[in-house]
Design a protein around this ligand. Structure first.
Ligand code: ARG
Length: 466
């Protein structure tokens, strides 16, 4: 048997890996996107090794320069990725060693296990800020749509049955709240990611006198006061992928939000509702039916949410049975993680685009919100104000609704005599409850959809986004 040519661990092996094994186990085809973080990690590690006297200053400098040169090649697309070197870490290290022979010292006190853990944390800090920015842009477009359509009332729905009237702006503001929670969650994930695992080695650190805090500081793993944040258990540091799960979970939740927003828009844009029109730019036609205009952008927002949930599920299942610490299974974390980032970014952008081009059909909204049944609850409130207990009032209005159905007369057009027969406390002015404008202005509490309330929420979001 020929001695293995595998440069990284070949010393112990007498045969090279099978071609099939290489194809099966390589990750460089997808983990190469970690390169910028891997390079940053290696530069910091080299600087730390020089700081503690394991590398000379000159060696650290030439390693840093070599890493920068490789970074440039990668950016330009001239770097030759080699699948037989398995992953991004070994590809970069080998290319570096060819360029700068003293880079053979770079892996001192380091393992790919703490290296990949560091790369992932750097990647996640960056990913969280990218997704937050895109979500913010979507929120800004939603807010603009709210501002463009002030004063337009639609029926609000529960169980997809008409419930109570709301300003469409109030409905849009609900979407902003949902996405805001995603942004808050992302900032939490970013702060969990902000702890440096480098120096944990393969599992049990190293006998060499590293300065972990020094590396952490160089990589920006610091608290608000600039104090280094380093992981406190070498085994956990290399075994943990909670952060990937957390990030995928935030993306999955954001996906649920995209999907629910999209579903509202799909329903509203149907001819049956006709509340909104989605721009041509974010619609598609049918290859067969010339009249069709489909809200494919929204349907795909709904569809992508399945994929985001799938990524989360993949990561959960991947990790659940693994003994501590690192297991090669964990290499499978990359693709779902990257996909969650990419798809969430795309969805945020598409949502922003859909909202920017959304047209609200004021007439259709007005017609739908004229339905007096939407104010049946306001009639209950009217009775309550006249001293009737809520349960009794609810019951009485139930009778009024039944009567209007029986007589085939709109709720607000029943005769006062008939209504007062049900409960005399309805009084002669009972039908005032059906004044839509008054009904809207009466909802003055915080978070309620009065015109003033909507305006003050719009003001609040404008100052948050400023
Ligand atoms: N490509 C590997 C991964 O992503 C890097 C860590 C490899 N470690 C090892 N002991 N084989 O999981």
């Amino acid at each position: 048997m020929s001695k293995s040519k595998q440069v990284t661990w070949g010393g112990r092996f007498s045969a090279a890996p099978d071609a099939l094994m290489l194809k099966f186990s390589e990750s460089v085809s997808f983990d190469q996107r970690l390169a910028p973080f891997d390079i940053a990690g290696s530069k910091a590690h080299a600087a730390m090794l020089a700081h503690v006297g394991i590398l000379t200053k000159k060696e650290a400098k030439s390693i840093a320069e070599g890493l920068d040169a490789i970074g440039q090649q990668i950016l330009k697309g001239t770097f030759k990725w080699n699948t037989s070197l398995e992953d991004v870490h070994m590809n970069i290290e080998q290319a570096l060693t060819k360029l700068v022979p003293c880079a053979a010292k770079l892996h001192t006190g380091r393992s790919r296990n703490d290296q990949v853990a560091t790369d992932i944390r750097l990647f996640l800090k960056d990913a969280c800020s990218k997704v937050s920015q895109k979500l913010r842009l979507a929120q800004i477009e939603i807010l603009a749509a709210a501002e463009r359509n002030l004063g337009i009332i639609i029926p609000g729905y529960t169980h997809l049955q008409r419930a109570q009237p709301v300003y469409i702006a109030h409905h849009f503001l609900a979407w902003i709240e949902m996405l805001q929670r995603d942004i808050t969650r992302l900032s939490e994930v970013a702060s969990h990611a902000n702890v440096c695992p480098l120096g944990s080695g393969a599992i049990a650190g190293t006998t060499l006198a590293l300065n972990r805090e020094y590396t952490a500081k160089l990589l920006g793993f610091v608290d608000k006061k600039g104090k280094a944040l380093v992981t406190q258990n070498s085994m956990d540091a290399v075994a943990d992928r909670d952060l990937c799960i957390e990030f995928a979970s935030v993306c999955a939740i954001a996906g649920v939000h995209f999907s629910r927003i999209a579903e509202d828009l799909v329903i509203w844009s149907s001819v049956e509702f006709g509340f909104v029109q989605i721009s041509d730019a974010f619609s598609t036609g049918s290859s067969l039916m010339p009249q069709k205009k489909n809200a494919d952008s929204c349907e795909l927002l709904r569809g992508k949410s399945a994929r985001l949930q799938g990524n989360l599920q993949t990561l959960l299942t991947l990790m659940k049975g693994l003994p501590l610490t690192y297991n090669r299974d964990m290499q499978e974390d990359k693709e779902p993680l990257f996909d969650s980032l990419d798809q969430t970014l795309l969805c945020s952008e598409v949502l922003a685009g859909v909202m920017a081009g959304l047209r609200v059909n004021a007439r259709k909204c007005r017609d739908a919100s004229k339905d007096p049944a939407l104010l049946a609850t306001d009639l209950v409130d009217h009775l309550v104000r006249n001293g009737v207990a809520f349960r009794e009032a609810h019951h009485a209005v139930g009778h009024v609704v039944a009567l209007s159905e029986k007589q085939g007369v709109a709720l607000d057009k029943l005769s006062t005599a008939d209504v007062m027969k049900i409960n005399k406390r309805f009084g002669k002015d009972w039908a005032k409850a059906f004044n839509l404008e008054h009904a809207m202005q009466a909802r003055t509490g915080t978070g309620m959809p009065s015109h003033k309330g909507v305006l003050s929420q719009i003001k609040r979001w404008n100052s948050v986004f400023a």
